[in-house]
Design a protein around this ligand. Structure first.
Ligand SMILES: [Zn+2]
Length: 377
């Protein structure tokens, strides 16, 4: 009798698992149809979700840095020097929210100074690229619906290490259901925040101090992502500006020691929505995968289009040549006619293809349609 009962329980268990699996597959199928991506975290077992306890603390060559090893094979650094150095800084105290992606909702963009001198590195704190690769999708307007891409996309292989760009403190590190997937946000001493999205796994926790070059997570394709890439943003007071103003991504270089951030570079609409809009219509996952598997040369054409003349403008680190923000120049638009191509429009308006792409935040591969307005000046 007891044996029979146990069998029944096991059977009931199996049926529950099968029905449960069917239901969840149905549910995820429906979600895919509606939004083209799943809003729920991937159902994989994640190391960081396992119960854990500290099993050991290791010393490093730097007496102020220790590594805590946990029972689930994860680890974290403790930087006592950074904690002490910045203990009195209001940057890490005010507008500090570890639960939401935006932290400066009470700050009016118009109340910011017209130019913010961002000291990026000094004798004691350095720089590391987040990931070294050509930008496959630049910052700016993108897609038929006119969405603005609030960061840059760098193709990668799942599991590649992602590095903190500067010293700082982790403000946010978890799965974000608004499309960013596993997202790490690091705030730096100058108030700048760097955002690292679609990670396979976050390697840090909120309130951790991190050093430039520390691995803060591993590249992936979580959230609203159609292929493995790093979506990388820079924000000041929640507001985005073009990360390519600061970084030379294909060469892993910093363009300025001190960057004069003009208020007009900031996109004041960038916190209107807390959803990541990666316009999938123009986002070609095959191109991303192909670019990730090739080295260097893959992104060069796109990069040329994305950077245009700005790369030259920002090439010297010693003498900052401020990039021209799109919003201050006199703008002229061209309406696309049927049969037009980007190349023909560029030629007709005495622009190079790169210039035209740059003005419109496009790549040479972007599609255009009749009636669309393109900026030509
Ligand atoms: Zn992106």
């Amino acid at each position: 009798m007891a044996v029979l009962k146990r069998k029944n329980i096991i059977l009931a268990g199996i049926v529950t698992i099968i029905v449960g699996t069917m239901l969840s597959e149905q549910a995820s199928g429906a979600t895919r149809k509606r939004t083209a991506y799943s809003k729920t975290p991937p159902p994989t077992l994640r190391l960081e979700d396992l119960p854990r306890h500290a099993v050991d603390t290791l010393a490093t060559r730097d007496p102020e840095t220790k590594v805590v090893i946990y029972s689930n094979n994860t680890w974290r650094y403790i930087h006592t020097s950074l904690a002490r150095k910045h203990s009195g800084s209001p940057v890490y105290r005010n507008n500090w929210d570890t639960t939401q992606i935006f932290a400066y909702k009470n700050v009016e963009p118009s109340s910011l100074p017209s130019t913010i001198e961002l000291q990026l590195i000094d004798d004691l704190s350095g720089f590391h690229y987040p990931y070294m690769k050509s930008v496959i999708s630049p910052f700016g307007p993108r897609g038929r619906r006119g969405h603005k891409h609030q960061g840059v996309d760098l193709p990668l292989r799942i599991g590649d290490p992602i590095y903190a760009t500067f010293d700082g403190k982790v403000r946010y590190a978890k799965y974000n259901s608004g499309g960013y997937g596993n997202l790490v946000i690091v705030r730096h001493a100058n108030g700048l925040e760097t955002w690292y999205a679609h990670l396979t796994r976050c390697n840090v926790e909120p309130n951790d101090w991190v050093k430039a070059g520390q691995v803060i997570g591993f590249g992936g394709s979580t959230g609203r992502s159609t292929g493995p890439h790093l979506h990388f943003e820079v924000r000041y007071s929640d507001l985005t500006f073009d990360p390519q103003f600061l970084f030379d991504f294909p060469n892993g270089l910093l363009k300025y020691q001190t960057f004069p951030l003009d208020r007009s570079y900031l996109d004041i609409h960038s916190r209107a929505s807390d959803e990541l809009i990666e316009d999938d219509e123009d986002f070609d996952p095959e191109a991303v995968v192909a670019a990730a598997s090739r080295s260097g040369e893959a992104g060069s054409i796109l990069e040329q289009a994305a950077l245009g003349e700005q790369a030259e403008a920002g090439a010297s680190a010693s003498k900052p040549a401020a990039p021209k923000p799109a919003s201050t120049a006199a703008k002229t638009y061209y309406t696309v006619r049927s049969g037009d191509t980007l190349g023909r429009i560029a030629e007709r308006n005495k622009l190079t293809l790169s210039q035209l792409c740059r003005l419109n935040g496009m790549t040479t591969k972007s599609t255009i349609r009749p009636g669309q307005k393109l900026r030509i000046k």
